[in-house]
Write a protein that binds this ligand. Sequence first.
Ligand code: AMP
Length: 145
Amino acid sequence: MQSYEHILLAVDYSQESSSLIEKAQVMVERFQAKLSVIHVIDAIPMPDTSYGTVIDVNQEVDDPLLAAEQMKFKELCQQLQINPAEQWLVWGIPATEIINVAKHVQADVVLIGYRHHHGLAALFGNNAAEVMRHVQCDVWTVTLR
Ligand code: AMP
């Protein structure tokens, strides 16, 4: 089986994402790979400030919603022992930013959850399918139940 050196884990904090996180830990162990983690902030409006779209988790921010996002992401990264350089808290459209960061960090595999979508959501809301369509590296999907 092919080995991987750099895994990019995409997390959305949904209830089922613990199985995705567990799989990431198994993969890191199995391949002795580096792990980068990305969460894309898409649920709160981007404040009119100079923060930029990549958020430094340690930067002091005035916006309480953004501060809460930083805290949540920081806790996850601490739990997974992720180096600061491999922590990606980014504003934007999830699939787009996952694809951008995968390219930027030269990940050789993206680990992402897959859930069955129905109707219009199947066309427009399926991040795993969108990432698979456009990213240049491998994609491992974990079916979320
Ligand atoms: P969805 O397409 O919303 O069913 O999400 C499928 C998977 O895409 C999730 O299990 C995550 O791996 C990833 N994902 C969705 N939303 C985000 C997000 N905001 N940031 C990072 N990854 C995400």
